[in-house]
Design a protein around this ligand. Sequence first.
Ligand SMILES: NC(=O)c1ccc[n+]([C@@H]2O[C@H](COP(=O)([O-])OP(=O)(O)OC[C@H]3O[C@@H](n4cnc5c(N)ncnc54)[C@H](OP(=O)(O)O)[C@@H]3O)[C@@H](O)[C@H]2O)c1
Length: 314
Amino acid sequence: MAEHARTPLLGQKIAITGLTGQVAGPVATALAADNEVYGLARFSNPTRRDELTDAGVRCITADLAAGDFGALPSDIDVVLHFAVAKSADWDADQRANVEGTGLLYQHCRNARAVLHCSSTAVYQPDGHRRFAETDPLGDNHRVPAMSFMPTYSILKIAAEGVARFCARAFDLPVTIARLNVPYGRSGGWPLFQLAQVLADDPIAVHTNSPSRFNPIHDDDILATVPALVAAASTSPTIVNWAGVDEVSIEEWCGYLGELTGKSPTFVETDDALESVAVDTTRMVELIGPTSVPWRDGMRSMVEQFYPDALIASS
Ligand SMILES: NC(=O)c1ccc[n+]([C@@H]2O[C@H](COP(=O)([O-])OP(=O)(O)OC[C@H]3O[C@@H](n4cnc5c(N)ncnc54)[C@H](OP(=O)(O)O)[C@@H]3O)[C@@H](O)[C@H]2O)c1
């Protein structure tokens, strides 16, 4: 792991997008303690804006699709770009995710680093292959079950292309971090499945079982942001951003059942996301391993969201 990898971000002017979303909110509020953090979103929910302001984030209303970042200082040091539009309208989502990304990076072209949050949903599904950063890209979300977000994979790939362009055109150091399954205090996919486990609803898993992923806990996301920023390069650094524990939906739901005295049931179907397990070798070399063991992370999620459901013996 590079020596600078765990140097915290201190005294920086940081722009963070996707502020009202699952992943960026906790990162922004944590960084606001020691940095000048400017958070961008459309703030369709004004209460959320008040909460984030109270937590020390300077909230700026901005629509990526409009591309007007005039309220954001031009001397930003670090950009953390988490926003993603999933309206299912191809034109609107291209304006926000693709054009908007380029316009944001153009506005912040003097930054010393950009962390561009991508997704492991950019990989072409390939059974139980453990995807490395050099593997073929494809439309991971082209299954009927994901038809509510048809633009997702393709525009995550397109946005990576824009990030790569900006790195070269503006001499702007960029890290493209492909996030796997974020979960924890701010919820995530495993929280939806926990609700299904508690309600005795069957959980859809792919027929090519087990459905393996590398969930990454909020604490690890936050802990690795500085190292990902430090790894930025004008020849963009591309890295999987994932927990080092590879674990299947079947396993984590089984454990959630153990904790809550439930017996999860599964429906095998081709109409579900296939495994997206990833090779974390490059990540570990670059920023070190994640540290929250998956069982501890899942347990703390149950404690937070459904404390009464935890059984005493678990
Ligand atoms: N969650 C996952 O399971 C997962 C997995 C892999 C990768 N990722 C990546 O992680 C990042 C964060 O994901 P998330 O789950 O936290 O997202 P999310 O909860 O869906 O939130 C999306 C964020 O983007 C903002 N946004 C949407 N359209 C916008 C627009 N036109 N202009 C400005 N802001 C806009 C939303 O704010 P407003 O609506 O208030 O504008 C919100 O803050 C994304 O890049 C995503 O692709 C997520």
